[in-house]
Design a protein around this ligand. Structure first.
Ligand SMILES: Cc1ncc(COP(=O)(O)O)c(C=O)c1O
Length: 447
């Protein structure tokens, strides 16, 4: 296959070891996407499908946005790369200022990374660096949560809580990490929005602090809404209680908003939606509408000041020995700035907020389907859980395949279908997603 013809089935599928994929099954029966426009994808068989998960929560503004591709292409012609260490270019500062206007008050220092995993890894390091800067070097412990997903580097894997992601790598994980229980209780099965019960699950943090010494814990990291495990919405009052316990023990709170950031809940960040302010926010995915990798850690100004003020290094030596070759590279920044323009011009977060009741009603209308055992959701994200068949993940993947054939694309995690429409969806698109989900799920049930 020539380099200009990358849309058909390649001559060999063997060499590419695909991520998070059943390589053997995929290569026997590949699903290749060749085109994407607006809310639709086309596969290599020419079949058009509606994108019901915004890629991997990446493209809320729709595919093929001209404003973004043009901005990136213009940037690449003018300045394709410049090293980000002790040098820079104006765009990354401009983007940081724009982002800091949308993050919660006081969380206004922006560290660029490459993706969500590196954002989480960076937040872990910043937590340690901050405590050391304050003369508190004994804090080395971190607290995560069962069913959490924070990415795939060692730190991020350790604080995550999805069993398949950790069991192979247990021997190399970070020491000193404890997990709170997840918040999904049996009575939350078909709850729309925040469950009324379960606030007491936050007391797990207090218990960990009692067992390991709150004074030894550097930070607690949670996704405000657990996304990859299939949308676990926090019980009412839960995040507020987590914040209170962190404050009591001097533990930093990190909200991993790689999914919930940039409007997924109907507010810019879940932090604002739920009225709880963390010390750091990680983000990625929608920051560039998914077109160029970029991750970010937004940090409290006071923490940035503490790390900079404590440095006794000679001029030219970093205050924080951390960064990436691709931290805030021009093409990613150009995409990020174009995305910010669209957020503002199209009032995107309010658009998501206005569409979410319609989407949630649609999603919950699938409750009558025989094999559906739970539906939950918030804003423009939701999870539809299928009845488990002999082994976890089997029914989820079979349902995904039937839905793909029915013309709706998304990702399944285990037995849960992850549904996260683009914010540019109109009601007719939501209707199409729900209708095709119904067809796909029903066909799976009959199979
Ligand atoms: C909450 C959360 N954090 C971190 C990550 C890791 O992001 P990436 O795959 O860009 O490294 C993800 C990815 O899905 C995520 O959902």
């Amino acid at each position: 296959m020539s380099s200009s013809n990358r849309t058909n089935i390649p001559n060999s599928l063997n060499e590419h070891w695909m991520p998070f994929t059943d390589n053997k099954a995929f290569k026997k029966n590949p699903r290749l996407i060749t085109d994407a426009k607006g809310v639709y994808l086309t596969n290599h068989q020419g079949k058009k499908m509606i994108d019901a998960s915004s890629g991997l929560f990446c493209n809320p503004l729709g595919h093929g946005r001209k404003e973004i591709t043009e901005a990136v292409s213009k940037q690449l012609e003018k300045l394709d790369y410049c090293q980000p260490f002790n040098q820079g270019y104006g765009g990354s500062f401009e983007l940081a200022t724009r982002i800091a206007k949308k993050t919660p008050e006081g969380i206004n220092r922006i560290f660029y990374t490459i993706c969500g995993s590196t954002a989480v890894e960076t937040a872990i390091k910043i937590a340690i660096a901050y405590h050391r800067a304050k003369g508190d070097s004994k804090r080395f412990r971190f607290v995560g949560r069962e069913r959490g997903y924070h990415g795939m580097n060692i730190g991020a894997t350790t604080v995550g809580g999805m069993i398949n992601n950790v069991k192979t790598f247990a021997s190399v994980l970070m020491p000193g990490v404890q997990h709170m229980r997840h918040t999904h209780l049996p009575e939350h099965k078909f709850v729309k929005g925040q469950p009324d019960t379960g606030v007491e699950m936050a007391e797990d943090l207090e218990r960990i602090a009692m067992n390991f010494g709150g004074e030894n814990i550097a930070a607690c990291i949670v996704e405000p809404i657990a996304g990859s495990t299939g949308t676990l919405v926090p019980p009412k009052g839960y995040l507020k209680r987590i914040r209170e316990i962190c404050d009591k023990h001097g533990i930093l709170l990190i909200f991993d908003e790689v999914i919930t950031g940039w409007g997924r809940t109907g507010s810019a960040f879940a932090s604002q939606e739920f009225g709880v302010t963390p010390d750091m926010i990680t983000m990625a995915k929608a920051t560039t509408n998914g077109v160029i990798p970029m991750g970010i850690v937004a940090v409290k100004e006071e923490m940035y000041d503490a790390v900079l003020d404590s440095s006794k290094n000679p001029e030219g030596t970093p205050e924080l020995f951390h960064g990436y070759t691709y931290s805030g590279i021009p093409a990613a920044v150009a995409a990020g700035l174009a995305v910010q323009d669209i957020f503002d011009k199209e009032d995107i977060f309010n658009r998501a907020k206005e569409m979410s009741p319609y989407f949630q009603d649609g999603l919950h209308s699938l409750k009558d389907l025989k094999e559906v055992v739970s539906i939950r959701g918030y804003g423009m994200m939701g999870g539809v859980e299928m009845r488990m068949k002999d082994k976890p993940g089997k029914s989820g993947f079979q349902t995904f395949k039937h839905c793909y054939d029915a013309g709706v694309n998304f990702k399944n995690t285990g037995d849960t279908l992850i549904i996260a429409p683009q914010f540019i969806c109109e009601k007719k698109h939501i209707d199409e997603i729900i209708e095709k989900l119904r067809t796909g799920i029903s066909n799976y049930s009959k199979s």
